[in-house]
Design a protein around this ligand. Structure first.
Ligand code: ADP
Ligand code: MG
Ligand code: MG
Length: 890
C-alpha cells in the first residue's frame, strides 16, 4: 500500500486544512496563496504525527516525501541545505489545530555546521551574524531535540556562557557582543555540548532535520501540552503538524528586525495596529525580554516604507480572514516577511468592539459577530477588573468563583469585615468556608476568598448573585482562626493586611493592585440588542432584592426566575425569625410571623415594582431552620460564660433553651433533611405567611396601577401529593388575601424540579403545576450523589484525570442529569402542553448549559444579574448554530 500524502508544500495547502496542517501550517499556505511575502517551506501532516505516536517508528514514506519537498524548495530558492557555499537554512516549527503553548519550542537556523557556517560568512560577509545564528541553533537544538530532561543541555546552561562572556567583555546587550565574542560563544557552546552529551554536536543537516521532526512529534505529549489540553478541553488525538520553513534573518544588522503585531488593539478593540518590534533580533527575542522592544509606531517612523507595506498586509489579512489578526513578521535588510498569522486573542471589551465595528465596516454579518464573542467574556464588561501593570506574581490560586477584581484589607470573619467597612476600609473577607451567617460580612466586602468549598458552595453562589469577586477552594491557603492569620508558601497574612484578588483568573496577590470600573459602552448595547433578535430562549434572573432586580433588567432580564426568600430573613430580621423558631406555642409563633409579614410584603412590593409587569418566580422557604440559628458550639460556649459570670437566671435559661432548640433541629444530613416543601408541610405557618405577603404585595402594586405576575414556586417536591397538599392550603390563603385586599391578581403555582423522583414523575406533577423550574444544583447533587459542598475535594481531580469530561456543577451533565431533564420535559408537555419550563440553577448562566436548555426546548433560563448578558449571547449562539453542531466544540 502506498504511503499517504504526508507532506504539503505551502503552495499546496490552504486555510481550510487546519485539521491536517495545523493552524500555523494552514495559514502559512493561505498567505502564500494570496501573495504575501512568506518564506517558502512545507508542512508535515498531523496524521503523520499520530502515526508516529502510535507505532513509535518513523512513518513510512515520510522521509522520501520530505526530501522531495526539500528538493523543490531548494530548486525554487537556488540554494541547498548545508551547502558549504551560501547554504539554505530552515526553521522547524510545531503547530496543531489550536494554538497551544507548552508544546515544542521552535528551532531556528537549522543546517549550520562548520562548513555551512563558513559558506554563510563568505556569502554575506557578515561573520557576526553567522556566529550569532549558529550559537542560537546549537542552543535550541540541544535544548529542544537532545536535552531530554538533562539540565546541562538545556537553554539556561548556554545562556550562562553567554552571560559570562558579556560580563567579561563589559557589555550589557547581546547585540553589543562583537564578532570575536560570538565566535567564542559558538566554540564554548560546542565544547559544552560535547562534554555533557558525550559526542560531538550533530553536523549533518539532513540528520538535524530528521531529529527535529521527531522532536516535534514527541512534544505533542509533553506534560505541559497534556495539562494545557486538559484545561482547554482540546482533543488529545489531534496531533501536531511540523512546519519546515526557509529562514529569513532579522539579526543581520540594524536594517533588520523582528516583531509581532495585532491588526487592532487586543485590549480595547481600537482599530489601530498594535504591537512591538526589535531591531537586529531573531525569533523569540521580542517576547523573551532580552531587550526592551519598541512600539510598532516607531517602525512607522524609522522604516516608513516597510510600515506602509505592513499596513497593507494587515488590511489584506483582515479582509481575507474577516477577523482581527495576530501577525509575526521579520525584516531582513529592509525586506518584510510574514511568518505567521492567526485570529488574535482579545479581551471581552475588545471582542465586542471589534465585532460591532466589523459589522459596521461591512466585513461580517450580525450573526457572525454574535458567534465571534465568547459569552463568558461579556462578564468582563460588567465587573471592575484588576489591573496588573507590573506583572506581580500571584501567591496562591483557587477556583475563579466570582469574576472581577478586588483590593482590600484582610478580615477573618464577618464581624471584622463589617467593622472595617464601617471604618471606611475596603475589605477582603478570608474564610475557610462561608455560610448564610456570613452574608452580612460578604456584602460588606469588596471580595471573598475561601480556602475550601467548590464552585457552587455558599460563597460562590453569593459571589455570583451579588457580583462579588470571589475565589473559592484556595487549597494552599492555611487559615488559622485562633491566631487570625493565614499562611501560604512562606508568606503570612495578618488581619488588616492588604491583598488583591482576581476572581476572573482565581489569583491571589499580597500587594495592592488597582481596579478599573465597569463601563457599559455603546457597542455593548448594540451587540446585546442583536442577541435578542436571534435567540429563542427567554432569559430571566435570580434576584432577591429590588436593587438586584433593577440591575438585572438593565442587563436585559425578562423576569425573575428565582427569588430566594430566605435571604430576606437574615440581617436584622434574624432576631424575629429566631423568635418564631423558638416559639413554644402556636400563638407565640403567630405573633412572630405577624411581625415578619409586613417586612416580607414590603420586600415583594419593591421587587414587583422594579420588575414592572415582568413575571416574578418566588420560591417559598427552602433551607432547614437550623440555618437561622447560631451554631451549637457558640451557644454552648456562651452558656458556659453566662453561668460562670453568674448572669441572671432568666438569661441563662434563655440560652439553655436556645441550645436545646439548636440540638433538637440538628440533622445528620441537612441537605436531605427537613427543608423545602417538607418544612412547609410540617410547619405551614411560614409558608402561609409568605403567600399572604406575596399576594398582598401583588394586590397593593396592582391597585397602584402596575402590572404584576407572581409565580409561587414550591421547592424540593419529590411526590405529587406534596404539591397538591400544599397547593390546597396556599390557594386558600391566596384567595383570602385577595378578598381582604379587595383585588384580584393573576398568580400561578409551580414547582422546582430538583429531586430526581420529581423529574421521573413529571407526568403526574405537571397536571398540577403551571410551571417547572429545574433547580439543577440540587438535581445534579442528588442525581450524581455528589455533595456540592464537598465535591471541591475530588471533582477537579476527576476532570484532570479525564474520568469526567467536565465538572457537572459547572456545566450540566448532559448524558446523566440532562437526560433526566429531557424525560421530564417530554412527559410534562404531554400532559400539560402549556406548562412553562425553565431552569434556575447555577447552570443557567453557563453557556454550554444554556445551549443544552435550548436543545431540549426549555422556555427560559435564569441566572445571576451579571450573567444575564452571558445567557442572552449563549442563547443566540445556540439558536444560530442549530443543526450545525455546537458552536462550543474544541
Ligand atoms: P510559536 O508557535 O511559539 O509562535 P513559531 O513557530 O511561530 O513559534 O516561531 C517563533 C518565532 O521564530 C517566530 O515568531 C519567528 O520570529 C521565528 N521564526 C520561525 N520561523 C522562522 C523563519 N523561517 N525565519 C525567521 N524567523 C523564524
Ligand atoms: Mg509564532
Ligand atoms: Mg434546591
Amino acid at each position: 500500500m502506498a504511503a499517504p500524502k504526508r507532506v504539503y508544500l505551502f503552495a499546496e495547502g490552504d486555510k481550510s486544512m487546519r485539521d491536517l496542517l495545523g493552524g500555523k501550517g494552514a495559514n502559512l499556505a493561505e498567505m502564500t496563496h494570496i501573495g504575501l511575502p512568506v518564506p517558502p517551506g512545507f508542512t508535515i501532516t498531523t496524521e503523520t504525527c499520530n502515526d508516529y505516536l502510535e507505532t513509535g517508528e518513523f512513518p513510512d514514506g515520510l522521509w522520501d516525501q520530505v526530501l522531495d519537498a526539500l528538493a523543490k524548495v531548494e530548486k525554487d530558492q537556488g540554494k541547498t541545505l548545508g551547502d558549504p557555499k551560501d547554504p539554505l537554512l530552515f526553521s522547524v516549527r510545531s503547530g496543531s489545530k489550536f494554538s497551544m503553548p507548552g508544546m515544542m519550542d521552535t528551532i531556528l537556523n537549522l543546517g549550520l555546521n562548520a562548513e555551512s557556517l563558513a559558506g554563510i560568512i563568505e556569502a554575506t560577509g557578515n561573520a557576526r551574524f553567522a556566529y550569532d545564528s549558529y550559537r542560537r541553533f546549537i542552543m535550541m537544538f540541544s535544548d529542544v531535540v537532545l536535552a531530554e530532561g538533562r539540565a546541562e543541555l538545556e537553554k539556561e546552561a548556554y545562556e550562562e556562557i553567554l552571560e559570562e562572556i558579556k560580563h567579561r567583555l563589559g557589555v550589557e546587550l547581546d547585540t553589543d557582543i562583537p564578532t570575536e565574542g560570538m565566535k567564542e560563544l559558538v566554540d564554548r557552546s560546542l565544547a559544552h555540548f560535547e562534554q555533557h552529551y558525550g559526542s560531538a554536536f550533530p553536523s549533518d543537516p539532513k540528520e538535524q532535520l530528521r531529529l527535529s521532526i521527531l522532536a516535534v512529534f514527541k512534544s505533542w505529549n509533553n506534560p505541559r501540552a497534556v495539562i494545557y489540553r486538559n484545561k482547554e478541553k482540546i482533543d488529545h488525538k489531534l496531533g501536531t503538524a511540523v512546519n519546515c520553513q526557509t529562514m529569513v534573518f532579522g539579526n543581520m544588522g540594524d536594517d533588520c528586525g523582528t516583531g509581532v503585531a495585532f491588526t487592532r488593539n487586543p485590549a480595547t478593540g481600537e482599530r489601530k495596529i498594535f504591537g512591538e518590534f526589535l531591531r537586529n533580533a531573531q525569533g523569540e527575542d521580542v517576547v523573551a525580554g532580552v531587550r526592551t522592544p519598541q512600539s510598532i509606531d516607531q517602525l512607522a517612523e524609522e522604516f516608513p516604507a516597510i510600515y506602509g507595506e505592513f499596513e497593507a498586509v494587515c488590511n489584506k489579512l483582515e479582509d481575507h480572514y474577516r477577523d482581527m489578526q495576530d501577525i509575526e513578521f521579520t525584516i531582513e535588510k529592509q525586506r518584510l516577511y510574514i511568518l505567521q498569522c492567526r485570529s488574535g486573542k482579545r479581551t471581552g471589551v475588545a471582542a465586542v468592539r471589534t465585532a460591532v465595528e466589523m459589522v459596521n465596516e461591512g466585513i461580517i454579518s450580525e450573526q457572525e459577530a454574535l458567534l465571534r464573542v465568547a459569552p463568558e467574556s461579556l462578564e468582563q464588561l460588567l465587573h471592575p477588573r484588576l489591573t496588573n501593570p507590573t506583572n506581580a506574581k500571584p501567591i496562591a490560586r483557587g477556583l475563579n468563583a466570582g469574576p472581577g477584581g478586588a483590593v482590600g484589607h484582610v478580615a477573618f470573619d464577618s464581624p471584622a469585615a463589617i467593622k472595617m467597612e464601617a471604618e471606611g476600609k475596603p475589605v477582603i473577607l478570608v474564610r475557610k468556608i462561608t455560610n448564610p451567617d456570613d452574608l452580612g460580612g460578604m456584602l460588606a466586602s469588596k471580595g471573598v476568598l475561601t480556602s475550601e468549598g467548590g464552585r457552587t458552595s455558599h460563597a460562590a453562589l453569593v459571589a455570583r448573585q451579588y457580583g462579588i469577586p470571589t475565589i473559592c477552594g484556595c487549597k494552599d491557603l492555611r487559615i488559622d482562626d485562633a491566631s487570625r492569620t493565614a499562611t501560604v508558601g512562606g508568606i503570612t497574612l495578618n488581619e488588616g493586611d492588604v491583598i488583591s484578588i482576581d476572581g476572573t483568573a482565581g489569583e491571589v496577590f499580597n500587594v495592592a493592585l488597582s481596579t478599573e470600573p465597569a463601563s457599559m459602552s455603546g457597542d455593548f448595547g448594540v451587540f446585546m440588542s442583536w442577541t435578542d433578535k436571534y435567540r429563542k430562549l427567554g432569559v430571566r434572573t435570580n434576584a432577591d432584592t429590588p436593587e438586584q432586580s433593577a440591575e438585572a433588567v438593565t442587563f436585559g432580564a425578562e423576569g425573575i426566575g428565582l427569588c430566594r426568600t430566605e435571604h430576606m430573613f437574615l440581617g436584622d430580621r434574624v432576631e424575629v425569625v429566631r423568635e418564631m423558631i423558638l416559639s413554644e406555642t402556636d400563638d407565640d409563633r403567630k405573633t412572630a410571623l405577624a411581625k415578619l409579614l409586613p417586612l416580607q410584603r414590603e420586600d415583594f412590593v419593591g421587587i414587583f415594582r422594579a420588575m414592572d409587569g415582568k413575571p416574578v418566580t418566588i420560591r417559598l422557604i427552602d433551607p432547614p431552620l437550623h440555618e437561622f440559628l447560631p451554631h451549637a458550639e457558640e451557644v454552648r460556649h456562651e452558656l458556659n460564660a453566662l453561668t460562670q459570670a453568674g448572669a441572671p437566671v432568666a438569661e441563662i435559661a434563655a440560652q439553655a433553651k436556645l441550645l436545646a432548640k439548636v440540638e433538637d433541629l440538628h440533622e445528620q444530613n441537612p441537605m436531605l433533611g427537613l427543608r423545602g416543601c417538607r418544612l412547609s408541610i410540617v410547619l405551614p405557618g411560614i409558608t402561609e405567611m409568605q403567600v399572604s405577603a406575596i399576594i398582598g404585595a401583588a394586590c397593593e402594586v396592582k391597585t397602584a396601577g402596575i402590572d404584576v405576575h407572581p409565580e409561587i414556586m414550591i421547592p424540593l417536591v419529590g411526590h405529587v401529593n406534596e404539591l397538591t397538599y400544599l397547593q390546597e392550603i396556599l390557594d386558600r390563603v391566596a384567595r383570602e388575601t385577595m378578598t381582604a385586599e379587595g383585588a384580584e391578581v393573576d398568580y400561578q403555582f409551580g414547582t422546582m424540579i430538583e429531586v430526581p423522583r420529581a423529574a421521573l414523575t413529571a407526568a403526574e406533577i405537571a397536571q398540577h403545576a403551571s410551571f417547572f423550574s429545574f433547580g439543577t444544583n440540587d438535581l445534579t447533587q442528588m442525581t450524581f450523589g455528589i455533595s456540592r459542598d464537598d465535591a471541591g475535594k475530588f471533582l477537579p481531580e476527576y476532570v484532570q484525570m479525564g474520568i469526567l469530561k467536565g465538572d457537572p456543577t459547572e456545566s450540566i451533565d448532559t448524558t446523566g442529569v440532562g437526560r433526566l431533564m429531557e424525560i421530564c420535559v417530554r412527559e410534562a408537555r404531554e400532559v400539560n402542553p402549556k406548562i412553562k419550563l425553565g431552569i434556575c440553577g447555577e447552570h443557567g448562566g453557563d453557556p454550554a448549559s444554556v445551549e443544552f436548555c435550548h436543545q431540549i426546548g426549555l422556555n427560559y433560563v435564569s441566572c445571576s444579574p451579571k450573567r444575564v448578558p452571558v445567557a442572552r449571547l449563549a442563547a443566540a449562539q445556540a439558536a444560530l448554530s442549530e443543526g450545525k453542531g455546537s458552536s462550543r466544540d474544541k
